[in-house]
Design a protein around this ligand. Structure first.
Ligand SMILES: Cc1cc2nc3c(=O)[nH]c(=O)nc-3n(C[C@H](O)[C@H](O)[C@H](O)COP(=O)(O)OP(=O)(O)OC[C@H]3O[C@@H](n4cnc5c(N)ncnc54)[C@H](O)[C@@H]3O)c2cc1C
Length: 421
């Protein structure tokens, strides 16, 4: 075991949060070492926003917190310390300009996620942070009034201040395998139950599988939990071998209660029409096709592949003549078009999720500094914390804001202790 000294702040994890923590701590004048297990920094950043990286959102603080269903108040200070404007200014100063798109979503002008990582790498270099790649941390233990951080292979680094920014459990191939939860627990922290959010939904019915690969555009998905409407949006969804996915469903998953079966989810295939207008449309369609079978009329109302499945779900025989359909049958078809039930069984596994819900319990972390309330000198940042948000660039901004605050706070402690400020 070798000992390395001369580190003011040691940061574990070189994703969005860790890179920002290292950059801010180094800019503040601290001697910083950043440890990343992969052979490159920000591996997950490369796949964000379908490779374009929806890096933040221009929503104001109130709206931001509304888009953060779990522990929004914990983020107040972090967002105040480092908001979307601070982020885009920083990126621009490092050569990556950004643009605002629909819904306030911000992307690099180049549409290349790699430009965000490149800018942060440049910032780290210019600020003089030491970056060690291929350095997977195996354990973090208290050592006197600091920490011993041991890497796989046995090398140990010592530092009075450690920032854990190892991410969550989603997309483990990017390096986020949840190591930080173990470190946090070993240092006495509670970790709330972990599960995926922003992920596909498994449906408690065999029929979506029959429509696998079919995408529906401009449909409305609604969800209700008890009497409360928890989601109501129009967009695009996709049927899959397990149930449903696509942008609308991914977004919906972030709104679902912990027990997803409590939610009643329905699909409206005619969002622009009222039920009365849909009924009139059906009457017209069936009058025009009175001598044809229902199967011949349905393709005018929905993708052809969906017709047989839809008729059977509504309990109306596909081979019934349109002119002979009863009022009750028409009502069933109308109800199916406006509110087809999507009985949610469970979320897809966390590995497929965009973010992890749950994490280091924020009641044990000081929101003004990101420092542990239990172990002085220990800081947390990013997805590892029990905070997650809806889609739109909010999750990356959470990582950047908490990372910036943790890095600055850790650096301030170091400089104060060593009399450098
Ligand atoms: C497909 C996909 C698309 C997404 N798109 C967007 C988007 O467009 N906008 C948005 O806001 N959010 C998006 N997100 C979410 C966003 O990427 C995450 O919330 C964010 O990356 C979290 O940052 P982080 O730094 O906390 O964790 P991570 O980015 O996961 O970084 C953690 C880092 O720690 C390293 N690490 C882990 N364990 C160790 C260890 N033991 N030793 C050393 N290093 C370790 C990992 O290798 C990794 O590099 C997306 C996520 C996915 C999966």
């Amino acid at each position: 075991m070798s000992e390395k000294t001369g580190i003011d702040v040691l940061i574990v994890g070189g994703g969005a949060a860790g890179m920002m923590a290292a950059l801010q701590a180094a800019r503040a004048g601290a001697r910083v070492t950043l440890l990343e297990r992969n052979e490159k920094l920000g591996k997950k950043l490369y796949i964000t926003g379908k490779g374009r990286c929806n890096v933040t959102n221009v929503a104001d603080a109130d709206e931001f917190l509304r888009q953060t269903p779990r522990n929004p108040r914990f983020l107040h200070a972090a967002l105040h310390a480092f908001d979307h404007a601070a982020l885009t200014d920083l990126l621009a100063s490092l050569g990556t300009r950004t643009k605002v798109e629909r819904g306030g979503r911000v992307f690099p002008v180049s549409d290349k996620a790699s430009d965000v990582t490149r800018a942060l790498e440049r910032g780290l270099r210019e600020a003089g942070a030491q970056v060690r790649l291929g350095a997977r941390v195996a354990s973090i233990a208290r050592n006197g009034d600091g920490f011993a951080v041991t890497m796989q292979g046995g090398e140990t680094l010592f530092s009075r201040r450690v920032v854990i920014a190892t991410g969550g459990l989603s997309y483990p191939s990017t390096g986020s395998t949840g190591d930080g939860y173990g470190f946090a627990r070993a240092l006495g922290h509670a970790v709330t139950p972990l599960r995926g959010s922003l992920v596909g939904l498994e449906i408690d019915a065999p029929w979506p599988k029959l429509l696998q690969g079919l995408s529906l555009k401009n449909v409305r998905v609604r969800a209700q939990a008890g009497k409360k409407r928890i989601y109501d949006e129009i967009g695009e969804m996709l049927f899959t071998h397990f149930g449903v996915s696509g942008p609308l469903i991914i977004e919906l998953s972030g709104h679902l209660p912990d027990d997803v079966r409590e939610a009643c989810v329905t699909l409206d295939m005619k969002p622009a029409l009222t039920p009365e207008q849909v009924d009139l449309r059906l009457q017209r369609e069936f009058a025009q096709n009175a001598k044809k079978r229902l199967s011949a009329a349905l393709p005018a109302l929905m993708p052809a592949r969906m017709g047989p499945v839809f008729a059977s779900l509504c309990g109306v025989p596909e081979d019934a003549l349109c002119g002979r359909l009863t009022r009750a049958q028409r009502a069933a078809l109308c109800a199916g078009l406006k509110a087809l039930p999507l009985p949610v069984a469970r979320l897809r596994p966390i590995e497929e999720a965009v973010v992890t819900r749950g994490g280091v319990d924020v009641r044990e972390v000081a929101p003004g500094t990101m420092e542990s309330r239990l172990t002085p000198g220990l800081f947390f940042a990013g997805e590892l914390l029990d905070v997650d948000a809806h889609t739109g660039g909010f999750n990356l901004q959470i990582a950047f804001s908490t990372g910036a605050l943790a890095g600055r706070s850790a650096a301030a402690c170091a400089l104060e202790e060593t009399g450098r400020i």
